[in-house]
Design a protein around this ligand. Sequence first.
Ligand SMILES: Cc1cc2nc3c(=O)[nH]c(=O)nc-3n(C[C@H](O)[C@H](O)[C@H](O)COP(=O)(O)O)c2cc1C
Length: 367
Amino acid sequence: MSVYTRIVRPLAFRLEPEAAHRLAMRACASAGRIPVARSVAASLFGTAADSRLRTSVGGIALPNPVGLGAGYDKNAEGTDLLARLGFGFLEIGSVSKWPSTGNAVRPRAYRLPADEALIVNYGVPNDGAAVVAARLAGASRAVPIGVNVVETNGRPADAALDTIDEVASAVAELAPVADFLAISAECANAPGIHPLARLDNLRRLLDAIAAPALPPVLIKIRVPVDEIDGVVRVTDAYPFVRGFRVNTIAPRPYAGLATPRAQWEAMAGSLSSPQHGLPLMLRAAEDWYRRCDPAKYALIASGGIRTGSDAYAAIRRGATCVQVVTALVYRGPALARQINRELAALLAADGFANVRDAVGIDAGRSG
Ligand SMILES: Cc1cc2nc3c(=O)[nH]c(=O)nc-3n(C[C@H](O)[C@H](O)[C@H](O)COP(=O)(O)O)c2cc1C
């Protein structure tokens, strides 16, 4: 057992989840400003450089394929420290054009410790594109930093822009400070059907954001498997679209949780659980990998990843790289290094000189 699971986690778990997370972010922000704290974090938790793990997404070089997923550092407050925790990249956000306090209900995050799972219902609270862009402009780049962009939840009543113009405007503000952009064409926690999931709207959005200096764009979109081809036909016309964020949401009611049903039934929100997330994500990674050109599109997969063998399975099913959020809460700051160590050993054992060679090996893609 690590110091994190023996000492830090029990203390943090005495706090309400959202309060604990705020505290963790404050600690990251403060420590990230102190050079010696950054160096200590890097030596305690950093991933050693390893040519086997080096990869790239949309032409951006990554030291390793294990990223921090969206939702942990929503406002780019902790990047200077988080970048030292062994991740190959960070995705901050989701960030919207206007600041939002998110969903009004409280609580809006729950722990299910018996399942190493979370249920969240935040509704994308964030400081808004202008504030986050200014913060990111001053952030160091120990690893690439992507920004997840989403439409504003609870848009100001006087906002004249429609959803597409609004997201395009946020993209324009954030593009200069982002190494890549992940645009959410779905959101688990904002009420209503996502307008960008419709192909005509997706096309309008891509037309609206097209600009010469755009960083690589990934689309976070959740569609039934028979609609993937349609999405790819749309994005094929836009060279700046370089990949997809592959994740899935487990539908209620949840089968097989160790947490009693009476407890999770009372928790509004969407579930992030390894037991549910991992198999759904593996299937989604394979579905997407089989339907899009790996030479053009990278796949970033998230959902239930806790170990190197989870990450390796995702990569073998088609993921270019992976992200973690929930496991960081349960397993602590050494998580990325641990996953990377295990992943490197698994790649070596199977004779892969580089992680890219293992991508999609189990996806059964023909030609
Ligand atoms: C507390 C929390 C907040 C999240 N917030 C966001 C978000 O703002 N935007 C987003 O695209 N995904 C968000 N997600 C989804 C994660 O990025 C990820 O796709 C999902 O949790 C599955 O990965 P995991 O099992 O490693 O947590 C959030 C997840 C959690 C647990």
